[in-house]
Design a protein around this ligand. Structure first.
Ligand SMILES: *Cc1c(COP(=O)(O)O)cnc(C)c1O
Length: 386
């Protein structure tokens, strides 16, 4: 059966024998034009018109009040957590089913991750599981949430929209508000994904997008912070540029800042990619629907977008029946030039986070055994749907 899967994927990507990657970037817009323009201007570093232009494009697309560009998504997450007040010794809620960057950003703050399970329907942090964990294990004093076991402050929560599928963000907003927990959305994978027609990353205080080479659009390396508050955005820009106080020549810095600003040369690439984003999303959704009908027909579960959501289908997911079938699928496809990958090992299993406190993780463990990502790049020539 797996040979027909390989054949079908080859047909979709119109490639009889070339290696088919999981997700490769595609440059068929104004990328070269803007890069040359950027080089000719000599402004290739952290000052230049493309950075502001990219911020405006992303703010407009996501309907955010402001966007602030960073060197990558990981340090954008670090900055976001710092901005909402995460301090050394705090705890931050996250799902164990995520890319390492989320947990690392928490660790950079000197804070501890607290692992809460995902929902079966979304693969994202479960608001209900968080609520019941908090009722059992937390107390609120002066609008600050404390972990009754460790005595530490549960300062923030970082849900992740896994593979571009929006999690139940509205319900999570309510839980976080009730408990006095700050909400930062890891929307690194979900540019172009909407929950009830509102862009992911715009529900929490800050949202974080990644433009790494394997994401839906790329700036080479890059990230973006989304804000619904001008003041906080201005603070982010200040901290990301070494907290330098504007002056004609004096070097005065008024805080511990970071060198996290996106270079203009990366932003030039990003501006061209943003112009293609609507077309990319359309193309990726067509691919997902072709996969959906194919896998339904052959009896393999395709993970579909959650209800009331429009997903960018960054990486498509099939669910095998168990770890053994998953491994067989991975073996066969990778041996035949079709790149597929399992989901990340759960964060609570990694040596750095093995002592972190966890809620019940049944669903995360269930997904860990079964998820396989299949090739999901934007295709050059859209295929005929059957
Ligand atoms: C890609 C990604 C990031 C950020 O990654 P960078 O490579 O630093 O841009 C953060 N969180 C998740 C879940 C991601 O997939």
């Amino acid at each position: 059966m797996y040979s027909s899967v390989v054949e079908y994927i080859r047909q979709l990507f119109e490639s009889a024998d070339d290696f088919i990657p999981l997700h490769s970037p595609i440059f068929r817009g104004n990328e070269k034009k803007y890069l040359i323009e950027c080089i000719d201007s000599s402004f290739v570093s952290s000052v230049g018109k493309f950075v502001e232009q990219l911020e405006e494009l992303v703010a407009h697309y996501t309907n955010s009040c402001k966007a602030v560009a960073c060197v990558n998504g990981t340090n954008a997450l670090h900055l976001a957590l710092t901005l909402v007040g995460v301090k050394s010794g705090d705890e931050v809620v996250m799902q164990p089913l995520s890319f390492i960057a989320t947990a690392n950003a928490i660790a950079y703050c000197g804070a501890h991750p607290l692992f809460i399970d995902v929902d079966k329907e979304t693969m994202g942090l479960s608001p209900y599981k968080l609520q019941s964990w908090l009722i059992e294990n937390a107390e609120k004093k002066n609008n600050i949430c404390y972990n009754k076991t460790t005595g530490r402050v549960i300062r923030a929560c970082v849900p992740m929209h896994t593979f571009g599928h929006p999690m139940l963000i509205e319900d999570l907003v309510n839980v976080c508000n009730e408990w006095g927990i700050e909400l930062v959305e890891d929307a690194a994978e979900s540019l172009g994904s909407f929950y009830k027609e509102k862009h992911t990353g715009t529900f929490g205080k800050i949202g974080v997008i990644s433009f790494n080479g394997n994401k839906t659009i790329t700036t080479g390396g890059g990230g973006m912070l989304l804000f619904q508050d001008e003041k906080l955005a201005a603070r982010a820009k200040h901290l990301s540029t070494q907290a330098k106080v504007p002056h004609k020549w004096e070097f005065v810095h008024d805080d511990i800042g970071y060198n996290y600003r996106m270079p203009n040369i990366n932003a030039a690439l990003g501006c061209a990619q943003m112009e293609c984003l609507p077309e990319f999303i359309k193309n990726k959704r067509e691919l997902a629907f072709a996969y959906r009908s194919y896998f339904n027909k052959i009896g393999i579960t395709f993970f579909d977008e959650p209800v009331n959501c429009k997903s960018n289908f960054w990486l498509n997911v099939v669910l095998l029946n168990n770890r053994q079938e998953r491994d067989e699928f991975l073996e066969y496809t990778n041996a035949n030039g079709v790149m597929t990958r399992p989901i990340w090992q759960l964060m609570n299993r990694l040596s750095m986070f093995k002592d972190a406190q966890c809620g019940d993780l049944t669903n995360s463990e269930w997904f860990e055994e079964r998820v396989v990502n299949i090739p999901s790049s934007v295709r050059i020539a859209p295929i005929q749907l059957n």
